[in-house]
Design a protein around this ligand. Sequence first.
Ligand SMILES: N[C@@H](CCC(=O)N[C@@H](CS)C(=O)NCC(=O)O)C(=O)O
Length: 346
Amino acid sequence: MRPNPYRVHGMMQSYFTRKMTGYLDYKGIPWVLRRFPGASPEAMASGFPGGVPAVETPAGEFMWDSTAMIHHLELRFPEPAVLPADPVQRFVCYLVEDAADEWLYRAAVGTRWYFAENAAVGGFELARDIAVKMPVSCDQAHAAVGAHVLSSCPPLGVTADTIQLWVDDVLRPWMRVLGAHLARRPYLFGERPSLADFALFGGNAAHFTNDPLCRRWVEEDGPAVVQHTHRLLEPEEQAFGAWDDPATVPDTLTAVLAGLGKRCRGSAARASTAWPTSSSRTARGWPCARRTSCAPRARPCSPATSRAAAGGSTPSSSGRASCRSSRTTSRTRARSRTSARRRVRR
Ligand SMILES: N[C@@H](CCC(=O)N[C@@H](CS)C(=O)NCC(=O)O)C(=O)O
């Protein structure tokens, strides 16, 4: 008999859905996809604030927010761990994960919907998943999701006027430094993937190696990123090894961090005519996205704070991460994530 699986309510061309499915595949945790246009009565009834995906546990409880869910699942399925044991590596892992979640996400939605070739492929595939659960044609779903996402891009600093700068100043330089690093080792921190690898995998699998124009850029700029994606698509075919020796920091990793420092603030600031105000930045200075949508939804999403990750509520007692409010500010979100992480490390 098949084991009772986790049910990932999401879409295959969704950034955070693929972050979760990549993680679940690597861990060997059984899951099935349940196509989800951004909300469902069951998820809403359990307090889901939005932000695809939601994941339903085998016990029928809903949880959400990829970072909180992965923390939760790490408690239940500790091996193979995705958080490096070394504290500096772990810090860098969180840093890269945060940049992928909060920053590169903007380039992903922008490149999908401002470039017709990408919208015709990635956007259409997304619409096809949505149409499974909505009584509309695929063309109608495509038009609706496109209009919705485009209308929510400007608050992220992503507009028709800035998208080329996002590509030239942020995305392509990022793929060059990441590609150079991954050409030397299979994963960011050695021979096994970390939380940050899954954050990058999500964006790469759903957008940057999926949407045709992006795919061409990645093949040109960082072909090793495509290989990284392929490895994590089929992890059961791979042999995994150890974390890198934390005493030896590869030059290429230093270049990745330098690239983030340079491209995720200064250059990206120039790329954005609607640069967020200081109140929407996190304490660490990372820009923090107010999420735009991959699916038609009425409310902006906010991340859940993870009681499970914080140890305040065990997987068995609640089975889901809670959410304060769908209007939680970026700064509050950042704080709650940071404190959940701090607590889980103790
Ligand atoms: N913090 C959430 C973010 C989820 C998220 O933003 N998902 C995107 C889909 S790729 C979404 O649903 N956006 C819709 C919206 O915010 O309106 C996570 O890590 O899971």
